[in-house]
Design a protein around this ligand. Structure first.
Ligand code: DLL
Length: 437
């Protein structure tokens, strides 16, 4: 039988959900108007006053929020409560200088934990479970997010964090982990490593995986389910909205239910900003309607997806979103780090390298690899292999300190990177991480 963490709201009627969302949206609009200068200014410019928001459709009168707005107000410009009320800070994965800093009050953390607890229960978890959290702990929201949900549900929480694969496997065996939280690529790696170490995963108590933070395909799901002998669930979220737990899969695994009592989802045409009907692909936009410290209205995620309000056999009435089907921008997620080609370009510029470059992302087994091919220019041209290797290593280190990940750098002869007639093809992603839908 299907179990819910908050049955009243997870299975509430559409009318009831509309009522909750409308009430909370109105309150949130007042909160941001009174406490976030950027919102007050944007709403004044658009000629919208908080009292103009009376029903859910009125959300369209409100301005969008972009990642750029969050960068422009770095670090605390979007915070809507005094810092003394902010009890936790997280930041988007990725790079120095361009991080998005988000804050939570105690109440915000409690809601976040609830959202993650709902996901756990949707996979069948109870307080008897031992939740092995292999998402990174730290500014990244994955580790502490799932941790909070697990603890709230009363599970035995094992805060392993990421890395040290041999130790992860030992803990899994000796501590008896029953649920694993990790990025899907790390879960794949754990499965491969278990096989190499001769561990028979069918003998382990592990039964469920909760995987997200990066795109993954149905093929990956099947492969992880087989190698770890578990059932794998998808969980979606983003730092700006809270972290993991924005949307979660149920027993039916036909899309992810959005925690609609806390977040309003819209799908828009990314060019016009106009809403598109259910079943039509568009950019996913979220408003957080209960968050006090870092409330966002109509945040453009740049993820592409579709939603459906069709009834789900699990009994939940929350709208379902598809897996992200792509991105509106060119953001890559490589080994869990969000990365923009423009950040690679900035390092090249700083190092006086040629602007002719190409980024090649690939995956062998479960490990992402990233290579940056750069044409040599007049200043650094050399045909001495030892010089070239030295320059490549130096650049690799520059990337590591600027981006947090170390790509392989290959200096190539001038005029060898293919030129294109339209937009330069900066990224070749051979992993095919999005489903071709
Ligand atoms: O990845 C939060 C998270 C942690 C979600 C753990 C799930 C589990 P960010 O680092 O801000 O936050 O990255 C957010 O990652 O806009 C999507 O592009 C992508 N993403 C997140 N979950 C999924 C998923 C966390 N299930 C960005 N499938 C988002 C595909 C996902 N992409």
């Amino acid at each position: 039988m299907e179990r819910y963490y908050n049955p009243e709201v997870e299975t509430a009627s559409r009318e009831e959900l509309d009522r909750i969302q409308t009430e909370r949206l109105i309150e949130q609009v007042n909160h941001v108007y009174n406490n976030v200068p950027l919102y007050r200014q944007r709403m004044d410019e658009a000629g919208v006053k908080p009292e103009d928001i009376k029903c859910l459709d009125d959300i369209r009168k409100l301005p969008f929020t972009s990642k750029q707005d969050l960068r422009d107000t770095y670090p605390y410009g979007m915070f809507a409560v005094p810092m003394k009320d902010v009890t936790r800070i997280h930041a988007s994965s990725g790079t120095t200088g361009k991080q998005i800093v988000v804050g939570y009050t105690d109440g915000d953390l409690d809601i976040w934990d609830t959202c993650c607890a709902r996901q756990l229960v949707a996979t069948g978890a109870t307080s008897e479970d031992k939740v092995h959290v292999s998402y990174g702990y730290g500014l990244f929201t994955g580790g502490l997010g799932l941790h909070g949900g697990s603890q709230k549900l009363g599970c035995t929480t094992i805060p392993v964090s990421s890395g040290n694969t041999a130790r992860q496997l030992t803990i899994m065996q000796d501590f008896g982990s029953t649920i694993l939280g990790a990025t899907p690529s790390y879960a794949m790696y754990l499965g491969e490593s278990a096989a190499k170490a001769g561990i028979d995963t069918s003998k382990l108590p592990l039964k469920v995986g909760i995987f997200g933070a990066e795109p993954w395909t149905e093929e990956m799901r099947q492969s992880i389910e087989k190698s770890l002998n578990i059932k794998a669930y998808d969980i979606y979220g983003l730092t700006e909205i809270c972290g993991p737990g924005v949307a979660y899969e149920c027993s039916q695994q036909k899309g992810m239910h959005v925690n609609e009592d806390h977040f309003i989802i819209e799908i828009i045409n990314p060019e016009t900003g106009e809403p598109v009907p259910d079943g039509t692909k568009g950019e996913i936009v979220f408003s957080s309607i209960t968050k006090k410290a870092f409330p966002l209205l109509r945040f453009r995620t740049k993820d592409i997806g579709v939603i459906t309000h069709e009834k789900c056999a699990c009994g939940r009435t929350f709208v379902r979103m598809s897996k992200p089907l792509g991105r509106v921008d060119d953001m890559l997620i490589v080994r869990g780090v969000n990365l923009f080609p423009s950040q690679i370009e900035a390092v090249l510029l700083q190092e006086n390298q040629s602007p002719n470059y190409q980024i090649i992302v690939d995956r062998s087994g479960s490990l992402d690899s990233i290579e940056v091919d750069i044409e040599m220019n007049e200043d650094n041209f050399s045909d001495k292999p030892s010089d070239i290797i030295g320059m490549e290593k130096a650049l690799e280190n520059k990337f590591k300190s600027a981006l947090g990940i170390k790509p392989k750098v290959k200096l190539v002869s001038p005029d060898t990177i293919p030129r294109s007639e339209g937009k330069a093809v900066r990224v070749v992603d051979k992993r095919h991480v999005y489903e071709n839908k």
